[in-house]
Design a protein around this ligand. Structure first.
Ligand code: C2E
Ligand code: MG
Ligand code: MG
Ligand code: MG
Length: 291
């Protein structure tokens, strides 16, 4: 990393620096150490029923607890891990940790783990998943794997074979960030998805007349219903958005209006109170800067 004044001074996460190949390599080295040292953590964001606000599951979201920088977003480091083979080791750790944590939750509550396209095209994935399930004792039906449309960029035969192997293990499959990739409806026929996650770019501002977001959400919901899939609206921040996506038929919702991703200990405190229902918080409280 571009170390400014000696050891432990990191400047490499500024956007201008992280673009250079050398800086990317150095972040990769740091990340390898972080995995070995236990500086990576899994945090969990609730996915709740759009009508009752009862929690159905949690999405596992990785955090890098950097000794100097504090928490670093996966949006910064996952792409770097994906460019190297490191995503396979990190992904294996994430799968193990998420299953172990989820095994402590009530058994009506599932866990969703993000899987990169690079993991998806590695033969190791089914074994990684089976091992994580066996080590934790988690029921495979409680584990959902989230992949994006980018998995379809790979070898079609291998991708379909992977879907088959994962379904045989008994896990659920979700198509993440739907509508942002190289969307082709054709692959929805080939892939045994249980759920479509409507990308936050359609949810954010869906209540404004100036865009066609609400129409797009309606179309995705009816497509999902026709093919027997659940839908989650991602990135719900405001009460008016929550009401609208529920009325448009989204079955589940996820977003800052209910909670950001929190550590396992925080989540266990809530669940131990027997409280499986989330309350939407006011729109002003959590609304992030529009991007
Ligand atoms: P994703 O899977 O689409 O996850 C949703 C992202 O949206 C998360 O960002 C979450 O914190 C954020 N989010 C949720 N609700 C709201 C909201 O109401 N408003 C806004 N503005 N954002 C919201 P996060 O945690 O930074 O993760 C970013 C991406 O990094 C994820 O997108 C996923 O693609 C990737 N990622 C995270 N953890 C893992 C992991 O364990 N493995 C892999 N391969 N990728 C991961
Ligand atoms: Mg996801
Ligand atoms: Mg997403
Ligand atoms: Mg995403």
């Amino acid at each position: 990393a571009a170390k400014g004044g000696g050891r432990g001074q990191y400047r490499f996460y500024s956007n201008d620096l992280k673009d250079s190949a050398q800086d990317r390599r150095e972040i990769e080295e740091e990340l390898r150490d972080a995995l070995a040292r236990g500086d990576l953590e899994m945090h969990y964001q609730p996915c709740v029923d759009a009508k009752t606000y009862k929690v159905r599951g949690f999405e596992a979201l990785m955090r890098w607890n950097h000794p100097e920088r504090g928490y670093i977003s996966p949006a910064t480091f996952i792409p770097i891990a994906e460019d190297s083979n490191l995503i396979v080791a990190i992904g294996e750790w994430a799968m193990k940790q998420a299953c172990r944590d989820a095994a402590e939750w009530p058994d009506t509550i599932g866990v969703a783990v993000n899987v990169s396209a690079q993991q998806f095209s590695s033969d190791e994935l089914p074994r990684t998943v089976s091992n994580a399930l066996a080590a934790s004792g988690l029921d495979p039906a409680r584990l959902e794997l989230e992949v994006t449309e980018s998995v379809f960029m790979g070898d079609t035969y291998a991708v379909e074979k992977m879907f088959g192997e994962l379904k045989k293990i008994g896990v659920r499959l979700a198509l993440d960030d739907f509508g942002t990739g190289y969307s082709s409806l054709g692959y929805l026929k080939k892939a045994p998805f249980d759920k479509i996650k409507i990308d936050q770019s359609f949810v954010r501002g869906c209540t404004e007349d100036s865009n066609s977001n609400a129409a797009i959400i309606t179309a995705i919901v009816s497509l999902a219903q026709a093919t027997g899939m659940d839908t989650t609206a991602e990135g719900v921040e405001a009460m008016d958005e929550l009401k609208l996506v529920a009325n448009l038929g989204a079955k589940l919702v996820q977003g800052f209006i209910f909670s950001r991703a929190v550590p396992q200990a925080t989540l266990m405190e809530k669940l131990q109170d027997g409280n499986f229902t989330y309350e939407p918080v006011g729109p002003s409280k959590h609304r992030s800067e529009r991007r």
